[in-house]
Design a protein around this ligand. Structure first.
Ligand SMILES: [Zn+2]
Length: 318
């Protein structure tokens, strides 16, 4: 019986692997630095080694493994298992990662975009358990997004669906890494909120005594600093505008927010929820839940395992 799943969540900084059962319970997990600067082959080798170590430490045999789900930074062709030059990984031009890993491991492999994997994880075992549709936004270095409709990730025609971070929010706004201006990401990410804070300080001719970080902003807000609270409120409003658009477009049951920015708690969520209510069509916000993610760093590996189950059940790899 193939009663177990291996999965991975690969990022520019860290890689995670996990051994799970088909119920999505993590039996063994590993985390190691990706060392992406050492190049593509080195990373793949380290990943294969991690799979083997996860099996060994979890006391499992590869013959028990139904398959391997891998969450990987996009853009990807999930159907053909190809990675196309992710911005934070150098030297990955059109890598047939699925085929390479299948050859190395001898089991079926499924690739899923990392943000989609996180959304699928939250849908299956996290905040979204029991819902039929959700949209997940990861507010970290950038703003990642994933759309799950009726239990499945919506990939779109070319795998781009869910790139909520690159929704235009301000017509001639801040320049974004994608080449556009005014993307949600430039306002709602960790660096976006710090830029907003710096702008407010400048306008008030205040020189910060220490470097501005998210953690410090959380501390200052709790201590009652009005400018910090204002920067967080503006960020919440901007995210609320974006989420109102998402609510009108897809009418999901739930919006799940994850990533470091959500640690700002009520200072962020209060204005954000208010703005969504103000802007979205009444029926789109009726019963709409806007919540924090529950799985933390495990969302990716759990979602990648789910992607494997969905694909293998469909019979692509048998
Ligand atoms: Zn952009």
């Amino acid at each position: 019986m193939h009663s177990l799943i291996l999965s991975a969540d690969v990022g520019g900084t860290n890689m995670r692997t996990a051994l799970l059962n088909v119920k999505g319970e993590v039996l063994k997990g590993l985390k190691r630095p990706s060392m992406a600067h050492k190049g593509r082959e080195a990373l793949i080798k380290r990943l294969v080694q991690m799979f083997q170590d996860t099996l060994r430490e979890g006391g499992a045999d590869i013959r028990k493994i139904r398959g391997i789900g891998v969450g990987f930074p996009g853009p990807l062709d999930t159907e053909r298992g190809i990675v196309f030059n992710p911005p934070n990984l150098k030297g990955w031009e059109e890598v047939h990662l699925r085929d390479i890993l299948e050859q190395e491991m001898g089991r079926p492999v499924v690739l899923e975009n990392d943000a989609n994997a996180a959304a699928l994880g939250e849908y299956w075992k996290g905040a979204g358990k029991g819902t039929r549709s959700l949209v997940c936004l990861t507010l970290g270095t950038g703003v990642g997004g994933g759309v799950v409709l009726e239990g499945r990730v919506w990939h779109g025609a070319k795998g781009i669906a869910g790139e909520i971070g690159h929704m235009t929010l301000v017509k001639n706004g801040r320049r974004c890494g994608c080449g556009n201006r005014g993307c949600l990401e430039t306002y709602g990410s960790a660096s976006g909120i710090i830029t907003t804070m710096k702008g407010l300080l400048e306008r008030h001719h205040i020189k910060p005594k220490e470097a501005i970080t998210l953690e410090r902003m959380g501390k200052w807000a709790r201590a009652g600093d009005s400018l910090t609270r204002r920067a967080i409120r503006e960020t919440g409003v901007n995210l609320g505008v974006g989420i109102a658009n998402v609510a009108n477009l897809l009418n999901p049951e739930m919006i799940v927010l994850s990533g470091g920015v959500t640690n700002l708690g009520g200072y962020l969520f209060g204005p954000l929820r208010e703005e969504v209510k103000k802007r979205a069509l009444p029926k789109a916000v009726e019963g709409l839940k806007i919540v924090r993610a529950e799985l933390g760093d495990n969302a990716g590996v759990i979602g990648a395992a789910r992607a494997l189950l969905l694909t293998v059940a469909q019979g692509r790899n048998g």
